[in-house]
Design a protein around this ligand. Structure first.
Ligand code: NAP
Length: 459
């Protein structure tokens, strides 16, 4: 089989060639993970916690190497990549603690001659499939809770960004986590999906990626009623109400929209601004967006790196030209947007946006901020909720009644109120509707790796 070539999206140069894991090797790895599970599930929680802490210490020690790998294979600016390593490691540290807090319960029985006891048990061997946009964090937020719960795990990173996973797994082994308890395969999504959904020794599938692929994996998993967790796509609305602190709202928009060049599942995709402040907000936003330095993530001061590949560039350009044809006003010309060539696009604000534009109803995954004006808050909430997605949403207001109304009425799993960066390892991240099910992070994030059993004892 030909080798996998890993590219640097800033230069389009090959930075590594890797052998694919063949079918027999994957089967053998699953068998070993299953054997390892029989031991790892019996390791006491304090010992599992200690091993996770050792892993976390090594990740801290190797923060710079990991960050450089993330920038090289994924393109994001080095400072952002360092932030991702800290964020990714926060999951390892959090679940090192949660390993010790998998509690059972006893329930009062309806007769004195019985006692009912409830316990949580690890699910078994986990197959994980992850995307390229957070090569460290999307991995640790599955690996750490799975290992903490007593599961073993095999991860299939995106073929575009496998190098960070390889390094993370190497560090886990160095920390003393058994080799077969945590491993990776180099395979296409299709091959990994086929085997993870059908193999009887894979007890759980956890997936992060697009809704389209998530749906097909759910269908494939139905045949064996596989336990699945789905972290899928988003189409985040960001509402700026008339009573917002405009400067804070602009900064919050930048934080939410332009991280990883707009290639995050919780990026603000659609911006709704109240008419009274629209002009002021948009002018300030354009000033800040045009000040963002675009370039190779390894260079100092770069704030926006390349898109992941040429297909991503083409898709984003389609969204921009579609918006322009439908009356959108671009803050810089198309030529200027593309002036850096390669996979780079200069960020752009599109004012006069309307609901007919692709940018307002499809995930753009690029540095494009469409701004649509509204008059009535209920109308804005209706537009914000009018989508099959329900991952993240944002609003900016300094009125607590408006804020609580928005919190209650927005149909989203993650909500930022005057906050453009709501993700945290200690909070339960996940979507409603077609953005998936199950949560990652927080006390909730270990639950997908646990099964509940109860014992009714006749006394
Ligand atoms: P993607 O195309 O769905 O790919 C994600 C992963 O799925 C990759 O590892 C990919 O493998 C694999 N895959 C592709 N086709 C598959 C198939 N038929 N069966 C099984 N696996 C398959 O998504 P992406 O472009 O990498 O990532 C962007 C998407 O992820 C966006 O929609 C974003 O919103 C979503 N996302 C969601 C979250 C969240 O937490 N909810 C976080 C990050 C990203 P290859 O290696 O072959 O590409």
């Amino acid at each position: 089989m030909t080798q996998l070539e890993v590219f640097n999206p800033s230069t389009n140069e090959v930075i590594e060639r890797l052998d694919y894991t063949n079918h027999d090797e994957i089967n053998s790895q699953i068998k070993h993970a299953n054997d390892a599970f029989q031991d790892w599930k019996l390791v006491d929680a304090h010992e599992r916690s200690a091993k996770l802490y050792q892993w976390a210490n090594l990740i801290d020690e190797h923060q710079d190497d990991l960050a450089k790998l993330i920038t090289l294979e994924g393109g994001k600016p080095l400072d952002e990549a360092k932030g991702e390593v800290t964020y990714a490691n926060a999951y390892v540290k959090w679940y090192a603690e949660e390993a010790k807090r998998v509690y059972g319960r006893t329930i009062p029985a309806n007769t004195p001659s019985k006692k009912i006891v409830i316990d949580k048990f690890p699910v078994g061997v986990v197959g994980a499939i992850t995307p390229w946009n957070f090569p460290a964090a999307m991995i640790t937020r599955k690996m750490a809770p799975a290992l903490a719960a007593g599961c073993t795990i095999i991860c299939k990173p995106a073929v575009k960004t496998p190098l960070t996973t390889i390094k993370l797994v190497e560090l886990a082994h160095k920390a003393g986590i058994p080799k077969d308890a945590i491993s990776y395969i180099i395979a296409s999504g299709k091959d990994a999906g086929d085997i993870f959904t059908s193999h009887e020794s894979i007890h759980k599938l956890t997936f992060t990626g697009s809704t389209a692929v998530g749906k097909s994996l759910i269908e494939q998993s139905a045949k064996s009623v596989k336990n699945v967790t789905m972290e899928l796509g988003g189409l985040a609305p960001l509402i700026v109400h008339k009573d917002a602190d405009i400067e804070a709202a602009v900064q919050g928009t930048i934080d939410s929209k332009f991280r990883n060049a707009g290639q995050t599942c919780i990026c603000a995709n659609r911006i709704f601004v109240h008419r009274d402040i629209a002009e002021q907000y948009t002018a300030q936003l354009i000033d800040k967006v045009h000040a963002l330095i675009v370039g190779d993530g390894l260079q100092d001061d770069v704030k926006v790196g390349p898109l992941i590949d040429n297909n991503a560039v083409k898709k984003v350009l389609t969204h921009i030209t579609d918006a322009q044809e439908k009356g959108g006003k671009l803050s810089r010309t198309l030529d200027e947007i593309q002036s850096l060539k390669g996979n780079f696009l200069k960020p752009v604000v599109i004012s006069n946006a309307n609901l007919g534009m692709k940018v307002m109803h499809e995930e753009t995954f690029g540095p494009v901020a469409p701004v649509m004006v509204y008059d009535d808050l209920d109308e804005a909430i209706k537009m914000a909720n009018d989508t099959e997605f329900g991952l993240a949403s944002y609003f900016f207001t300094n009125d607590y009644r408006t804020g609580l109304k928005l919190y209650n009425e927005l149909e989203y799993g993650v909500i930022g109120w005057n906050d453009g960066g709501p993700s945290a390892a200690h909070a339960p991240f996940g979507g409603l509707k077609e953005s998936g099910y199950g949560r990652e992070g927080g006390t909730e994030g270990i639950e997908p790796y646990l099964e509940t059993k109860y014992l009714s004892i006749g006394i």
